[in-house]
Design a protein around this ligand. Structure first.
Ligand code: DLL
Length: 441
């Protein structure tokens, strides 16, 4: 754990500390505005007409439950920008999902949307220690992905100096760090580990770099992964969450307390539902996050089914922010592996293997069904010092990991220990699962 702490400061103290009562009033007012804006989108117009939904018919926040859901498929059906509620000339930016799983989806922004977005990013960055005097290296892709530009404008708002390194060319990232001495790193958590690895291979100690803070998001990671990154890079790491369909980064982020990410509830109405029944789950229970935008102009979203599984914590936070906190995302309902009938999230496997000494946070889960039964192989890189060791101790390590994974998940997997640096490294979102079931050949 790093010795650094964060002084509790606010970017927008009034908005971030709204009383529940004022927040509810504001959310209700903004929800009506959102319904009015969405009524201009033919897709929503049709659904609203069918159910008699008008802005005035929204009497309380509970009426959210009368509104229809929006799914990724609805976005695909309305490709490329038919969910936009404003004329084309009012759009000033278009971002999109990478489209690695099917048709890409696009999201439009008006000038006000971009203003809102940078303000929301500024909030979580300041909550996590960003100050105007800092130098920040942004190692997110700048492109259709919302990570690079979203954070960039947030940092600019705060007034810190940006090194827009973008992702990739890792030796150059390290050269920039050595020469420009950034205080803050912005990246995916898996890329941060990659940077640490490459620094070591260049003969540098990653813990000796100038970094003090990091803001990580864009992919699932665990608490053990945080400890590992903080140890390797000697910094304090903060989690932030968002998705392009809603706005990008800025939906929620951690404060100095680092026990959950404060949702920016004046801009988003967040429900946590059982993904099967679509009924609300209780506080602190895991469910699917379903998000309605409250201020988006270009592309208002009504009850977007994120597929992200997390829990909500309404308990007041010592930092004074009143936005409820969301837990880490433990997985996506569509990433959940069903292995011989048992539900397993990749994050459970990550937790299990990182709790065993001698493993590294580089792993790949392969699922196959060679006959009639599912088989899971977890490839894990071993720490360099251990890899050269005796065969018997490797076997012992492998057995220990297999037992730990069984204890955490209830399934038996085959662990394959591989040499350091043999698994592919990502510069953006890491690929953790390869599911070969149902593939031909
Ligand atoms: O990843 C937006 C983002 C960029 C957030 C940079 C934070 C930092 P998409 O590419 O649309 O947008 O992917 C969104 O990534 O539904 C989650 O499954 C996952 N995700 C994002 N942040 C986190 C996080 C951006 N902190 C999808 N923890 C979301 C776990 C995350 N998963």
């Amino acid at each position: 754990m790093s010795h650094l702490v964060v002084e509790n400061r606010f970017w927008d103290p009034e908005a971030e500390r709204l009383s529940r009562e004022d927040l509810t009033q504001l959310q209700l007012h903004r929800l009506r505005e959102t319904v009015a804006r969405a009524s201009r989108v033919p897709f929503y117009q049709k659904l609203f007409e069918k159910d008699g939904i008008t802005p005035d018919s929204i009497r309380s926040l509970d009426d959210i439950r009368r509104l229809p859901f929006t799914t990724k498929q609805d976005m695909r059906d309305n490709y490329p920008l038919r969910l936009c509620a404003v004329p084309r000339e009012q759009l000033i930016r278009i971002h999109g999902s990478s489209g690695t799983t099917g048709t890409p989806t696009f999201v439009g922004y008006t000038r006000n949307d971009l203003e809102t977005w940078s303000g929301l990013c500024a909030r979580f960055l300041v909550a996590g220690g960003l100050r105007p005097e800092h130098v920040v290296q942004v190692s997110f892709g700048y492109g259709l992905f919302t990570g690079g530009f979203g954070l960039h404008y947030g940092i600019e708002r705060v007034g810190a100096a940006i090194i827009p390194a973008a992702s990739g060319n890792t030796p150059r990232q390290i050269m920039l760090m050595r020469d420009l001495q950034p205080d803050v790193l912005i990246a995916t958590p898996s890329y941060a580990l990659n940077i640490a690895d490459v620094a070591r291979s260049m003969g540098m100690d990653p813990a000796g770099l100038s970094l003090k803070y990091a803001h990580f998001g864009g992919e699932m990671w665990t608490e053990d992964m945080r400890t590992e990154i903080e140890r390797q890079l000697n910094l304090l790491a903060f989690n932030n969450y968002g998705l392009s369909e809603i706005i990008g980064p800025g939906v929620s982020g951690e404060c100095g307390v680092r026990q959950g990410m404060h949702l920016q509830e004046d801009h988003f109405l967040v429900e946590c539902l059982d993904p099967d029944t679509l009924e609300p789950v209780g506080d602190y229970e895991y469910g699917e996050l379903v998000i309605t935008t409250l201020t988006r102009e270009a592309q208002p979203m009504i009850r977007y089914r994120t597929r992200d599984i997390a829990a909500l914590d309404p308990c007041p936070c010592p930092c004074g922010r009143t936005g409820r906190r969301m837990s880490r995302v433990i997985g996506r309902s569509d990433d959940m592996l069903i292995i011989r009938g048992v539900n397993v999230f990749p994050s459970q496997i990550e937790e299990a293997l990182l709790s065993v000494e001698g493993t590294s946070p580089h792993y790949l889960i392969e699922v196959d069904r060679p006959g009639t039964l599912d088989e899971v192989t977890v490839k894990v890189e071993v720490q360099p010092a251990l890899f050269s060791d005796k065969m018997s101790s490797m076997q012992e390590l492998r057995d220990r990991i297999e037992r730990k994974i069984h204890a955490y998940t209830g399934i038996h997997v085959v662990v394959e220990l591989v040499a350091p640096k043999t698994l592919e490294r990502s510069t953006g979102k890491a690929v953790r699962v390869v599911d070969k079931r149902g593939r031909l050949g």
